[in-house]
Ligand binder design. Structure first.
Ligand SMILES: Cc1ncc(COP(=O)(O)O)c(C=O)c1O
Length: 346
């Protein structure tokens, strides 16, 4: 066993696991867009980059990113889950922000090159290698408030990760935000930093005032999504989740769960629903957050403005949430076959 493998094995000890996203893999991939075209990418040691303080992204928020994972399977192979979908979403985000669009084949090559280079740093299950492509606008002009960047940088970072929620598999407490929106409505399905900045205030307040783990945004009383995950209700064999529209991020985990659910005996109901309907469902149902980082995290309670609390089912992570979570993890870990094209072996 070489030193790097020994190191990652030690780090999976629960007492020494770093917080999600705080440890970076040793290599990153970098490409630049200039004069209307992408440069060849290069692999570099993870570390600082130099950009102009006048860079477009630093002033006008021209940035987008992705988040997905590579898993070490029991046979030792490293497999990326649903890379194509995430690359498609990254390109859609770039288009939505009028930024240079990464080439799909080049981005895939950058991701697989990084994973290959750091394969010894991929933790064993339940850990994974979190992959973070990021695109941001450059150029040295602070006069670009109404013009998109003509130069940009594309970087693929990687980070060995374990649990996203520090509470581990414990049920979450969610604040139901019925007034503020998570982001500008036309940016909902775009994964851009400004959306997270917009949600930071309401999320911090909900943490301080209501001890909430996350905020469920329900502008105008319609249930949408949380700050970093989609939202699902489960009751009597039916999964209810908001139908796709421009107002929220189209989660790949959401799509994976809804794809496998019918074979597990669930009916899938995708439609707009209200906070009142949600509060009826959770009396004897389950609620969960879905996302690459959260996987499928059970909700134990909902709290509304004024502090009224609503228990979700028994208050623990529900049985159907556990079942769906296990089924998804089994696919991510290569224990059961996935639909075609969901895994990329590196
Ligand atoms: C706002 C938001 N919604 C939903 C998701 C879930 O998306 P995915 O399942 O593709 O990770 C995320 C996570 O990336 C997110 O940040």
């Amino acid at each position: 066993m070489n030193a790097q493998v020994m190191h990652s094995r030690t780090a999976t000890d629960t007492t020494t696991r770093p917080a999600f996203g705080t440890k970076m893999a040793s290599t990153m991939a970098v490409a630049s867009f200039r004069d209307g075209k992408w440069s060849a990418h290069e692999l570099r040691k993870f570390g600082p980059i130099e950009i102009s303080p006048a860079a477009h992204a630093l002033h006008y928020g021209s940035s987008c990113f992705e988040g997905f994972k590579a898993y070490r399977w029991a046979d030792g192979s490293i497999n990326i889950f649903r890379m194509d979908r995430h690359i498609t979403r990254m390109r859609q985000s770039a288009r939505g922000l009028v930024m240079p669009e990464p080439d799909a084949a080049q981005l895939a090559a950058m991701v697989t090159a990084v994973v290959d280079r750091v394969r010894n740093e991929v933790p064993e299950a339940p850990g994974a290698l979190y992959l973070r492509p990021m695109l941001f606008g450059l150029g040295a002009s602070i006069g670009g408030a109404t013009t998109p960047p003509t130069e940009a940088m594309l970087i693929v970072l990687a980070s060995p990760v374990w649990d996203y929620f520090s509470k581990g598999p414990k049920a979450l407490r969610i604040y139901v935000e019925e007034r503020a929106t998570r982001c500008a409505s036309q940016l909902g399905m775009i994964k851009t930093g400004g959306n997270y900045a917009a949600a930071m205030g309401p999320t911090t307040t909900a943490r301080q005032k209501h001890q909430a783990d996350q905020v469920l945004f329900c502008p105008g009383g319609e249930v949408q999504e949380t700050g970093a995950a989609n939202f699902l209700l489960i009751r009597e064999g039916t999964i209810l989740t908001r139908s796709l529209d421009q107002t929220f991020l189209h989660g790949v985990t959401r799509d994976s769960l809804l794809t496998i659910a019918p074979d597990m005996g669930f009916k899938v109901d995708e439609r707009v629903f209200t906070v009142d309907e949600m509060l009826e469902w959770v009396k004897d149902g389950e609620a969960a957050l879905s996302g690459t980082a959260a996987v499928l995290a059970g909700v134990g309670s909902l709290v509304r403005a004024g502090g009224t609390e609503y228990k979700v089912g028994s208050g623990d992570v529900g049985a159907q949430t556990r079942r769906l979570r296990s089924a998804l993890i089994a696919m991510q870990q290569g224990e059961v076959p996935t639909p075609a094209g969901w895994t990329t072996r590196v």
